[in-house]
Design a protein around this ligand. Structure first.
Ligand SMILES: Cc1ncc(COP(=O)(O)O)c(C=O)c1O
Length: 376
């Protein structure tokens, strides 16, 4: 018999949407850059293959990559995390899963953003812990309500998952929010799982990590979004020295990674070294293009819907309730050739919303806006 925890977990609604797509649909549904991985990164990977790098590599990742991540964390985030405290994973997804499994089990609670990335709640359920909402509301500009968060914490709360810039909201947490969150984690001895995968896709704002304000934080990041490497399946988690010394976090997490995954793909890791150490102009160019598309879609939607101008990631999350609920509008749009995701897929607080991804061509966004205009 299939276990109850899996029977009780729904398949991703986003995958269901992809299955509804016809080949002519305009895809504002998918959450991945439409760019190819930059050529110098591909070349570094090809070179690794040519050099015969096709065997298992260390479980924690190749030393060149853990060192490059450690340097990146120092230079970009002002974090001192030695390379031994960094684990290379099969995408940020694996790192999220490992962190939740390490800190939460039956009887425990994990606070997850609502609306938030679909994996947090589902991974919590698969770990047999209880997801508890961190309510992010339009009226509050989707900001964290620190008082409400405090009220939702009890002795069973083990982790808070935080994601900035946010999928699906496109918001970027302010320094005050991050400091407040870190303080709550300190006061209650809770671990923040900080998903920073969209860190580099940010428009004129500064990215803050809770790891700068508390040791109770695991930083999760990766290569999928910043370097258009979704199919490479590479991410990482970084655990500071104090937290690691307190719980031997990485030794324990390594057990799941070792037995379940062995290591992230060997030759792909050489591409990731190049991504971090090579010229960063490719990231700047992609972000510039995303920003143009953000302006186009925001200006096209703002007169029809209540919508917050995204400051990061590549999603926009209008409230469509003037015309129907999120599910009805999304279905109508999908039937008319515009793929999008009903906000409900990201939690109950998204029921009035639709998520559009603007990681797609400028001309396609223009066409989609015309269709939205007609349908509305
Ligand atoms: C917020 C967030 N975290 C993590 C991931 C997964 O990233 P990866 O491809 O590195 O597993 C995604 C992918 O959409 C995401 O939106």
């Amino acid at each position: 018999m299939i276990t109850k925890k899996l029977l009780n977990t729904e398949q991703s609604e986003i995958r269901k949407i992809f299955n509804m797509a016809s080949k002519d649909s305009i895809n504002l549904g998918i959450g991945e850059p439409d760019f190819n991985t930059p050529q110098h990164i591909i070349d570094a990977c090809k070179d690794a293959l040519d050099r015969g790098i096709t065997s298992y590599v260390p479980n924690m990742g190749i030393p060149e990559l853990t060192e490059a991540v450690s340097e990146k964390l120092k230079n970009d985030n002002n974090l001192d995390i030695p390379q031994g405290n960094i684990m290379i994973t099969c995408g940020a997804s694996e790192a999220i899963m490992l962190s939740i499994m390490a800190f939460a089990e039956k009887g425990d609670e994990v606070i997850v953003p609502n609306p938030g990335f679909v994996s947090y709640k589902n991974m919590t359920q698969i770990a047999e812990a209880k997801p508890v909402d961190m309510n992010l509301k339009y009226e509050n500009n989707f900001k964290i309500d620190l008082d409400e968060l405090n009220e939702n914490i009890n002795k069973n709360t083990k982790c808070i998952v935080h994601n900035s810039p946010s999928n699906p909201l496109g918001t970027v947490s302010s320094k005050e929010e991050i400091k407040g969150l870190a303080q709550i984690a300190e006061d209650n001895d809770i671990i923040i799982i900080s998903d920073e995968i969209y860190e580099k896709i940010i428009y004129g704002k500064k990215h803050y990590s809770p790891a700068n304000y508390t040791d109770n934080c695991i930083v999760i990041n990766g290569f999928s979004k910043a370097y258009a490497m979704t199919g490479w399946r590479l991410g990482y988690m970084a655990v500071n020295e104090n937290l690691n010394a307190k719980y031997d976090v990485l030794d324990h997490i390594l057990k799941i990674h070792q037995f379940g995954f062995a290591c992230a793909t060997s030759f792909a890791q050489y591409g990731a070294v190049e991504a971090l150490k090579g010229n960063q102009q490719c990231v700047k160019d992609m972000v510039k293009e995303f920003e143009k598309r953000r302006d186009l879609i925001y200006n096209g939607l703002k007169d029809k819907f209540d919508v917050i101008k995204p400051e990061g990631a590549f999603y926009i999350f209008p409230d469509v309730s003037e015309y129907g609920n999120g599910m009805e509008i999304a279905e109508k749009l999908i039937k008319n050739g515009v793929l999008c995701v009903p906000g409900r897929a990201f939690g109950s607080n998204g029921k009035n919303n639709v998520r559009f991804s603007y990681a797609t061509k400028y001309e396609d966004i223009e066409k989609a806006l015309e269709i939205i205009d007609k349908i509305i």
